[in-house]
Design a protein around this ligand. Structure first.
Ligand SMILES: *Cc1c(COP(=O)(O)O)cnc(C)c1O
Length: 219
């Protein structure tokens, strides 16, 4: 059986929630299992984890149907970029999409959810660092884009998500996301990874996405 630190990460989330006077159940841990195979993931499922994040549709499609047949209650989160020609597969496979970031994708998701009669929980990804190579809507366009998703496409956007620029202090980015969520009536914040989930919890994160701190380093 391979080692994992799921219990330890849960304990750290509990400690941080206590520290900042938030209830433990206000923060959900999404275990990011990208690049890890079933034999690595099974011990984490056995430890009780049910929320998992993947960033590639193809990889998720290879691993999760079989794991889901063995473990009930799995909630699968797409945390990587989505192309419109993959929307059908994404809607079929995932329960939550964190990366809605342009009208074309919003429209494609709306159409597929209707066709498959399946309702996903949705987050809008915000490019808080305004990085050219990174996905996400620009901060100043976020409120309007969330409104468009709701009014034009009938999507229930429950939250905002960000990935702060590598090597930068994440805190100002988390604060921007929190402010934008208030302005756009979003109750959830998907932010914080292995190196900064405690800071994210202090800034109001309701979903933290933690991979390497649970599984060890990715190859
Ligand atoms: C890989 C990934 C994570 C997890 O990163 P770790 O540093 O391993 O915790 C979180 N969010 C997104 C979008 C990712 O792609």
């Amino acid at each position: 059986m391979s080692q994992n630190s799921y219990g330890e990460i849960n304990a750290r989330i509990k400690t941080q929630c206590d520290q900042v006077a938030r209830p433990r159940d206000s923060v959900q841990l999404v275990v990011v299992s990208k690049t890890f195979s079933a034999p690595d993931i099974i011990p984490v499922l056995d430890a009780g984890a049910r929320q998992f994040g993947e960033n590639r549709i193809q990889e998720a499609a290879q691993k999760w149907p079989e794991l889901r047949a063995q473990y009930s209650g799995v909630v699968l989160h797409l945390i990587g970029p989505l192309q419109s020609n993959k929307t059908r597969e994404a809607v079929a496979l995932f329960d939550v999409i964190h990366t809605v970031d342009r009208p074309k994708i919003a429209g494609a998701i709306a159409k597929e959810m209707q066709q498959q009669n399946k309702k996903l929980q949705l987050f809008v990804q915000v490019n808080t660092g305004k990085e050219e190579q990174k996905a996400g809507i620009m901060p100043e366009a976020t409120v309007e884009f969330v409104r468009l998703c709701r009014d034009k496409y009938g999507l229930e956007i429950t939250g905002l998500m960000c990935i702060p620029p590598a090597g930068e202090n994440p805190e100002p980015h988390f604060e921007v996301l929190q402010k934008l969520a208030k302005q756009s009536d979003c109750e959830n914040l998907s932010m914080g990874m292995s190196s900064d989930f405690e800071t994210a919890i202090a800034c109001g994160a309701t979903y933290v996405r933690v991979g390497s701190a649970v599984f060890g380093h990715r190859a």
